[in-house]
Design a protein around this ligand. Structure first.
Ligand code: SF4
Length: 207
């Protein structure tokens, strides 16, 4: 059986090194929705100069894409209004071309690895083009997202997009997921009941 890395230790080590060096580098942080941004931002803030990227054309339907973005914007305006959010155009039709062969996969399989890679590749490319030192995602907070897969993909892309560094993390560690739910409830946030793509709706709701 494959050994699992504790990527939250990677995150903690990186933050310790930056604190010792007195550095606060520019981080482009991918966020898929408001609830998943909550606890990761609590752990990141103060250590990085954060810009958010919202490139989530996986989300279906379009109203849901905007609903999640609006919830993210509302939360950011409450806790860190200085943070800029980069919004990508919504293009679910093109996005789905690579996912459709895996339409019947359950969440957590090849379709999701493709979906992660697409959004992380977009994020790394944007980070490189705009001079960010780090790129990372909040998605490891979700108990439904495979943090090993996300970090493997991030570490592969880091080689392709040097000098941008991947901010390895596993935010669901240390009870992170439940801690995020406390914040979600405090802020009365909308919390979706499916991952995002039209294929995940099928598996999360009765037909
Ligand atoms: S279930 Fe989530 S991660 Fe997997 S393909 Fe759909 S939107 Fe992407």
């Amino acid at each position: 059986m494959e050994n699992k890395e504790n990527y939250q230790k990677y995150f903690e080590n990186e933050v310790n090194l930056l604190q010792k060096a007195g550095k606060k580098p520019k981080l482009l942080l991918h966020a898929c929705c408001g609830p998943c941004f909550t606890l990761p931002y609590e752990l990141i803030k103060g250590n990085f100069d954060v810009t958010i990227i919202y490139n989530n054309s996986n989300i279906y339907p379009e109203e849901e894409y905007h609903r999640r973005l609006d919830e993210l914007k509302k939360y950011v305006s409450e806790v860190a209004p200085e943070i800029k959010i980069i919004e990508f155009d919504y293009d679910n039709v093109s996005y789905n071309k690579d996912l459709e062969p895996y339409a019947n996969d359950r969440e957590g399989n090849e379709r999701c690895r493709i979906c992660f890679r697409k959004r992380l590749t977009q994020g790394f490319a944007y980070a490189k083009e705009h001079g960010f030192e780090y790129f990372g995602t909040v998605m490891t907070i979700s108990r439904y997202k495979n943090s090993q897969d996300l970090n493997h993909i991030g570490l592969e892309l880091e080689k392709e997009f040097a000098p941008v560094k991947w901010l390895a993390a596993d935010f669901k560690k240390n009870d992170g997921y439940n801690k995020s739910l406390v914040i979600v409830r405090e802020h009365k946030m909308y919390f979706q009941d499916y991952c995002g793509c039209k294929f995940s709706i099928r598996h999360s709701k009765p037909e």
